[in-house]
Design a protein around this ligand. Structure first.
Ligand SMILES: [Zn+2]
Length: 261
């Protein structure tokens, strides 16, 4: 039997799936996606994912965290809510958290403060952290070093940085690199250097509903599209589809401590 794939980053609780969520989950099942990690972006997303996770235990795994683009004036209240939730349910990971200076730098100082605080949660609870970093690698690397939390581990999710940024990301040895559909895009240079990621640190993700891989580029992304990215990476690494997915599923299971399924 082929390995069950893990979509290590998917926002299937979003309203984009309100009309066909169960059919979409059925397609994921048929495509061999056994488990999915659901990153949180704000309080609303967390409240949307809870009933979904309750309906699909052992298949969907919830995280908690305030996404950098969700950091606004009210970010302290959002963090307080999340701290309370952490007391009630242990999430699979802290995330997605980090810095995003691509869309807006208005709340740069607040993004930094929220990021630092959430890294402390991950360290205190010994949970993996899902990092979202866009146009902010040097600042993020500086913070990751400055917090000096040697036990910190996790993933640089949706990695689309340069080859230099990849080298530096890899120097954080307890972190994996999450790759999504962007690697399949014709105009992405990621394919030229991504195989420098040791196989044991590679994770597959869709980041659905965004960034659908070729040949579905431009469409709403969903977990059942993950095999396109897996096949593309398998060719880059010179492996069979089964060889690549066996390792990446193992990596995801180990990092997020998922049950075997
Ligand atoms: Zn995401």
């Amino acid at each position: 039997m082929a390995t069950s794939l893990i979509d290590s980053h998917t926002h299937i609780y979003g309203e984009e799936f309100d009309l066909d969520r169960e059919a979409m989950l059925q397609r994921a099942d048929e495509a061999g996606i056994g488990q999915m990690v659901l990153p949180c972006v704000d309080r609303e997303s967390y409240e949307r994912m809870l009933p979904l996770v309750a309906a699909h235990p052992l298949r969907l795994f919830p995280c908690i965290g305030l996404h950098p683009t969700s950091v606004k004036e009210d970010y302290q209240a959002e963090l307080t809510y999340m701290r309370e939730q952490l007391e009630l349910h242990r999430p699979t990971a802290i995330g997605e958290v980090g810095l995003d200076f691509y869309w807006d730098r208005t709340y740069e100082a607040e993004q930094v403060a929220a990021f630092r605080e959430q890294l402390q949660w991950a360290a205190r609870l010994n949970l993996p952290v899902i990092l979202h970093i866009r146009e902010a690698f040097s600042k993020a690397f500086e913070i990751l070093r400055a917090v000096d939390l040697p036990e910190l581990h996790g993933v640089f999710h949706s990695f689309t940085g340069s080859s230099e940024e990849l080298e530096e990301a890899l120097s954080f040895e307890r972190f994996a690199i999450g790759i999504n559909g962007v690697v399949t895009f014709k105009n992405s240079s990621l394919k030229d250097y991504i195989t420098r990621v040791p196989l044991g640190r590679l994770l597959l993700e869709t980041d659905a509903p965004y960034l659908a891989p070729t040949p579905n580029r431009g469409k709403r992304n969903e977990p059942s599209f993950l095999p396109h990215t897996a096949q593309f990476l398998a060719s880059l690494y010179g492996l069979s589809y089964d060889q690549l997915t066996e390792v990446t599923s193992q990596n995801a299971r180990r990092l997020f401590r998922l049950p075997t399924r």
